[in-house]
Design a protein around this ligand. Structure first.
Ligand code: CO
Length: 137
């Protein structure tokens, strides 16, 4: 466990979704598409922590369905870990319910795995192992 990596926020549109954070002085760092998760991501740098705005690539994606049922807002909390496979196995052996049985590709060459919110007090948890040698904003 290496700390909080980012907070994910679901928005219908990245530009509109970014506006309130820009008003708070939070700057945009970069955009990236993650086809595997059906999202386009915009990273925002708060100075001491990253926000990941998530806009769905289609309605029939996890974030598209989230927006349809709950509307925009907090989507997930991501923890940075040294070894996502090990962290996932440890979480599952402790009784947490996985969404991903094996880690999958995430943003910027990372490997990620999600845990089901029903087993984590209503919070969707993402475990992130950054790409080796990656320098994060
Ligand atoms: Co995330």
């Amino acid at each position: 466990m290496l700390g909080i990596d980012h907070v994910g926020i679901a928005v219908p549109d990245l530009d509109a979704g970014q506006a309130p954070y820009a008003a708070l002085g939070v700057r945009s760092v970069e955009d990236e598409e993650v086809p595997d998760q059906g999202v386009r991501v915009r990273l925002l740098d708060t100075g001491a922590g990253t926000i990941e705005l998530l806009a769905p690539l289609a309605a029939d994606t996890p974030v598209g369905r989230f927006l349809a049922s709950r509307g925009p807002g907090l989507h997930h909390l991501a923890f940075r870990v040294a070894d996502v496979r090990h962290a996932l196995e440890a979480a599952v052996s402790s009784g947490l319910r996985p969404i991903d049985v094996v880690p999958r590709p995430g943003r910027a060459g990372s490997r990620v795995a999600f845990l089901h919110p029903r087993s984590v007090g209503g919070v969707l948890i993402e475990l992130v192992e950054p790409a080796s040698g990656a320098v994060r904003p």
